[in-house]
Write a protein that binds this ligand. Structure first.
Ligand code: NDP
Length: 297
């Protein structure tokens, strides 16, 4: 069997287009654009690339982005002061503080200073709690939300399926498990202490790998016909000297021989993350303005 390749780029383009339409409706209804504030502390090149792509995506969806680039030696108090101003700014619907922060800052304290209703990354403990108790006001972390979108587009109703999520981070693994539970999957969360992970993975109708270990999940770990979602983004040495390439946490070619459908890396989950950031921002804007939830999002 050769698995269907799930096209995350196409799915992300659809979500971005829907977010753009909702942003246009918001502007027509309120007389102002949806606003996203992005905050970058220091000069980490990967973070600069991420922030630039997020701002470009915002512009394409006719949302306004306000960018704050702060020097690496900014004090935590100054950053908290900026977050407080953004919380109070009516033109700002979403606040994104790019992680990682410099080591002299406590990232949890900074994230928890963001107004949960503007926390479009969905990392605030209030949003984690809302997700856990099934409160629809939750803003959900973008990457697992994107994974769920791909799974529902592929499989429709997920209820009763056994989902194995490998990884228990607050950003991906745990919220992914909560989302799948809310869809009435039977969910198993695996991690570095899990015993006989290959056998456990082989029981999964839905296998989500969010580990950060290049190509760890092998074809033999996959149940025939399963749907495999590869969240991993790992840069490894390429075939030519000094060249690198991106691989996921799943060994794609082996897994694709067994799975029913699988996301590639790149071009699978990755593009969904920014699309879901736009989705969360436009949804946050609608909620804050008392407008009904935008359609299709
Ligand atoms: P973390 O490092 O925070 O978490 C990794 C998880 O994997 C941990 O729970 C860890 O277990 C588990 N793990 C590590 N080694 C093993 C092992 N040998 N067997 C089983 N479990 C193991 O990573 P993130 O959740 O932040 O990210 C995971 C991956 O997803 C990374 O490749 C990252 O680059 C990628 N990513 C991609 C995004 C996208 O937009 N596509 C966005 C965010 C992340 P334990 O808790 O026991 O240590």
């Amino acid at each position: 069997m050769t698995a269907k390749r799930i096209d995350g780029k196409a799915a992300a383009a659809d979500v971005r287009a829907s977010a753009g339409r909702a942003a246009a409706f918001f502007r027509a209804s309120t007389g102002r654009p949806v606003g996203l504030a992005t905050v970058l502390v220091g000069e980490d090149p990967a973070s600069e690339v991420y922030i630039r792509s997020k701002r470009v995506a915002c512009g394409e969806a006719a949302m306004e982005s306000f960018h704050y680039a702060l020097p690496a030696d900014t004090s935590e108090a100054d950053l908290l002061g900026l977050v407080a101003r953004l919380n109070a700014d009516p033109a700002v619907d979403g606040i994104l503080v790019q992680l990682p922060l410099p080591s002299h800052m406590d990232a949890a304290r900074v994230i928890d200073a963001i107004n949960p209703d503007k926390d479009v990354d969905g990392f605030h403990v209030v949003n984690a709690g809302r997700l856990a108790v099934g409160d629809p006001a939750a803003l959900v972390p973008c990457t697992p939300l994107g994974c769920l979108h791909l799974l529902k587009a592929e499989l429709g109703d997920l209820s009763g399926k056994h989902a194995v999520v490998i990884g228990r981070s607050n950003i991906v693994g745990k919220p992914m498990a909560m989302l799948l539970l809310a869809e009435s999957c039977t969910v198993t969360i695996a991690h570095s202490r899990t015993r006989d992970l290959p056998a456990l993975a082989r029981e999964a109708d839905i296998l989500v790998a969010a580990v950060g270990r290049p190509e760890m999940v092998r074809g033999e770990w996959v149940k025939p016909g399963a749907t495999v979602i590869d969240v991993g983004i790992n840069r490894v040495a390429g075939a030519e000297p000094r060249k690198t390439r991106l691989v996921g946490d799943v060994a794609y070619s082996g897994a694709a021989e067994v799975a029913g459908a699988i996301t590639p890396v790149p071009g699978g989950v990755g593009p969904m993350t920014i699309a879901m950031l736009l989705r969360n921002t436009v949804v946050a804007a609608h909620r804050r303005s008392g407008l009904p939830a935008p359609e299709g999002l």
